[in-house]
Design a protein around this ligand. Structure first.
Ligand code: SF4
Length: 349
């Protein structure tokens, strides 16, 4: 088990729940837009947000952003040690640096000294695109990636700093998995995992699900980021579904039949609607959306509540037993009634 690291109010490692992380893609100098995006990420279920601090103007804004952020913020710093120190002093809950690109040892020591004083953890690591020169000749790219990340770790350790989170990300799923297995077998720091530059939606979802999912099933990984080109809100939604699918998060799971010639209802749009209607429910509940009563009720009998299409509307069923026949227009209202009833019964049980 990894050791515990506290990132503001969120503790990771040591058996704590896996935390969802994302990153803003607004201009950090624009406080209002950045805070708006952080709020939206938080409302969607994001627990940690990384913000780039590329220059001193951004650092000034970061100070205001931290004050109003509902989630702990991680300052993403490259090259300039003064930005890292400034971000820590202004309230970053963690900083992401790579000592290797900060430069001289005394600069890293300065960061470490302030991080110790403020009890701010540091995330170090490597991406497939930033493997250090001395590991580039390795035949095994995953080991090169892992060793590159571990070397960054050793720099901090040599300065007596151990409040560390490590990441080793590749755009290759296999490399990501192998590199993180390698690291977790050698050190007990919490790992931030994800497949980097995973691509556009479908590709990114597939790659992240395999990469992150495989590692989490092996007990490796303490925070996750599903990297998708575009709106970070989508990353958080997918991350929640991923954790839910692995039973690492509570919430509603909507299952749906693949549809066929028997389908009596628009399964796809109804399933999307049901997800939206129930997205604020944080207790475990499986809802089946099935196209017909012929097979739908039997196939959905393990679901807590289900909907199956009929020629005249739909039926609502619970654990495989029909409890009500409804018109399509009343579906939302009736489903919510049964969900409420199910939830309160389960609370009493
Ligand atoms: S539940 Fe009904 S509509 Fe859906 S795939 Fe099965 S038979 Fe077809």
């Amino acid at each position: 088990m990894s050791r515990i690291v506290n990132i503001g109010k969120i503790s990771i490692g040591g058996g704590n729940p896996v935390a969802i992380q994302s990153m803003t893609n607004t201009d950090t100098r624009d406080v209002e837009s950045t805070l708006r995006q952080i709020e939206a990420l938080y409302n969607a279920g994001c627990e940690l947000v990384r913000v780039s601090v590329p220059d001193f103007d951004s650092l000034n804004s970061f100070s205001d952003i931290v004050k109003h952020s509902p989630v702990p913020l991680i300052a993403d710093i490259h090259y300039d040690y003064r930005l890292a120190i400034g971000a820590i002093k202004k309230g970053a809950a963690k900083v992401r640096i790579n000592p290797g690109n900060i430069g001289q040892s005394w600069k890293i020591k300065e960061i470490v000294s302030v991080a110790k004083a403020y009890r701010t953890p540091i995330r170090v690591g490597a991406n497939s695109g930033s493997i250090k020169e001395n590991f580039k000749g390795y035949d095994n790219k995953a080991i090169a990636l892992a060793e590159s990340a571990l070397e960054e770790t050793r720099i901090l350790e040599s300065m007596g700093f151990y409040d560390i989170v490590i990441s080793a990300k590749s755009s290759s799923v296999k490399e990501t998995i192998e590199a993180n297995r390698y690291i977790s077998s050698r050190v007990d720091y919490p790992l931030h995992i994800g497949v980097t530059e995973a691509g556009v939606f479908e590709t990114a979802v597939v790659k992240s699900s395999i990469g992150i999912g495989t590692l989490l099933l092996e007990g490796i990984g303490d925070t996750i980021r599903v990297s998708i080109a575009g709106d970070p809100l989508i990353e958080v939604k997918i991350a929640k579904k991923l954790l839910k699918a692995l039973d690492l998060k509570e919430g509603v799971e909507v299952i749906a039949c693949p549809t066929c010639a028997r389908t009596e209802i628009d399964v796809e749009s109804l399933a999307h609607n049901v997800e939206t209607w129930l997205e604020d429910i944080n207790t475990n509940l499986t809802i089946a959306v099935m196209g017909c009563v012929v097979n739908g009720i039997g196939e959905g009998k393990d679901a807590d509540i289900g909907i199956a299409g009929t020629t005249t509307g739909a039926v609502i069923f619970a654990k495989g037993r029909i409890v009500e026949r409804v018109r399509k227009a009343d579906l939302k209202e009736k489903l919510m009634k049964w969900v409420k009833e199910y939830s309160s019964k389960n609370k009493r049980a």
